[in-house]
Ligand binder design. Structure first.
Ligand code: G6P
Ligand code: MN
Length: 458
């Protein structure tokens, strides 16, 4: 059984491989292939992956690192996609150009997310076409590549029959934090209900061993004025004042650096709307002005990541090559890799385990369009997700979702048709953008910055 990882040079590859290797019996995996267009970067990551597989875990899984599509996809059963088109350098542009115009500067939300989407749509379609051509006929692509909402919509429109499931680790990362705050040791016993679009949704219930955790969680957030477990807040004095410093990659990576503000935002949002637990990404849409105010337009999340996760990884690999010593803290392993590997187990072994997936609505959320790509719980078996039908969404959340959904649909249409007007409508419709004039200014700067990545708009 072959698993191909697309975006082999990613800072997340090592963690994903570790999660796969730890599940090698259930997955019956015999070979892992790394595929990337950046050979030099991937070859470095492959050194670490080789160490994980053959030194650390001593398994006999074959490892191949390649830049050739046929070698990468031939007879693969699973393709785990996690490409970052334009790498962190373009994420930095996305964030900084938006902020320069007074808009939220974020990887997947607002103007930055739309720019990233325009770069990723066609490379993602190529992954599907390569898998169709070379992989096993019953292949599954499990896709983490962002912005997952826009990518999912584009794949639905352009390759409706592709065997692809788009996923995100943020809800599960939120559940990790909730479990730590609530002192729950066995996360697997937590069952939750959730609805939304990707990076745009709400938990409607969280249960542990059949007990409703929402009342205790609400109280915790109110008392702490943040949704972070005490143990993660090393410097309590920093509470409410400054973002946490990143130190190594130990602990929960979503609680480091400027992530601090979104956990604070969970408190701020729930002070007004306490019924549901919002996805952390809703901060960018509900507190757009405040986000811009506490952002540093010269030093964004992309810089934090380059200075910490990316640097630690490649420095660690260089050190290993020079001294033979490895510090496992140089790479992130945990929920992100576990989630995708567990999903593959559910598909392969037809377990009907419950996962959140991004999938075509088809009536599951009754007051959202039939063809909306929504993020909802589903039981996963060999033929894919069996989605759990839900109640109608309240007006506030439905209104927000419709605005975001139509924005993403317009962006995808504009990208496919090469229509400047539709892309400008998408930028204008996004809730993080204050006016049509600002939308146009950001878009025009994005066109220049994305030359060679975006389709021509006319
Ligand atoms: C979460 C989201 C991902 C996103 C990541 C960014 O895991 O689900 O979609 O890419 O956060 O994290 P970073 O540490 O790169 O800011
Ligand atoms: Mn995500």
């Amino acid at each position: 059984m072959i698993i191909t990882i697309v975006g082999g040079g990613s800072t997340f590859t090592a963690g994903i491989v570790k999660s796969i290797a730890l599940r090698r019996e259930e997955l019956e995996v015999t070979e892992i292939r790394l595929f990337d267009i950046d050979k030099e970067r991937q070859d470095k990551v492959a050194v670490l992956v080789d160490w994980i597989l053959h030194e650390d875990l001593k398994c006999d899984i074959k490892l191949v690192a390649t830049t050739d599509e046929e070698t990468a996809y031939k007879d693969a059963s699973f393709v785990f996609a996690q490409m970052r088109v334009g790498k962190y350098a373009m994420r930095e542009q996305d964030e900084k150009i938006s902020l320069r115009h007074g808009c939220v500067g974020q990887e997947t939300c607002g103007c930055g997310g739309m720019a990233y989407g325009m770069r990723t749509i066609f490379p993602m379609v190529k992954v599907i076409d390569d898998a169709e051509k070379y992989a096993k006929p019953d292949y599954w692509i499990l896709n983490y590549s962002n912005p997952a909402s826009i990518v999912a919509e584009a794949c639905r429109v352009l390759r409706p029959n592709a065997r692809i499931i788009n996923i995100c680790d943020m809800p599960i990362a939120i559940i990790d934090v909730v479990a730590a705050a609530m002192n729950i040791k066995d996360k697997k016993q937590i069952v939750y209900d959730y609805f939304g679009l990707n990076h745009f949704g709400w938990f409607t219930s969280i249960q542990y061993q059949g007990k409703d955790m929402m009342p205790a969680l609400r109280q915790y957030i109110k008392e702490h004025q943040i949704l972070l477990p005490d143990a993660y807040l090393k410097d309590k004095a920093a509470l409410g004042v400054a973002p946490q410093k990143e130190s190594g990659t130990e602990g929960n990576r979503h609680t480091r650096g400027s992530w601090y503000y979104v956990w604070k935002g969970e408190y701020e949002i729930m002070e007004n709307f306490p019924e549901m637990l919002p996805n952390t990404y809703l901060n960018y849409y509900l507190q757009q002005k405040e986000f811009v105010e506490h952002s540093d337009p010269n030093h964004t999340r992309a810089n934090e990541v380059m200075e910490t996760r990316e640097k630690n990884l490649f420095d660690g690999i260089d050190k290993y090559l020079a001294t033979g010593e490895i510090d496992e803290k140089v790479f992130y392993a945990g929920s992100h890799g576990d989630w995708i590997a567990d999903l593959a187990i559910a598909l392969k072994n037809d377990t009907k385990a419950r996962f959140l997936v991004i999938t075509e609505n088809r009536g599951c959320l009754p007051n959202m369009p039939y063809d909306a790509m929504v993020e909802v719980p589903a039981y996963i078996g060999k033929d894919g997700p069996e989605v759990i039908t839900q109640k109608p969404i309240p007006l506030f959340q439905q209104g927000l979702m419709m605005q975001q959904l139509n924005c993403e649909k317009l962006l995808v249409q504009g990208c496919i048709e090469g229509s400047y007007e539709k892309v400008l409508q998408a930028f204008t419709l996004n809730k993080t953008v204050p006016s049509m004039k600002v939308a146009k200014e950001v878009l025009d700067d994005m066109i220049v910055a994305n030359k060679g990545y975006w389709p021509e708009l006319h």
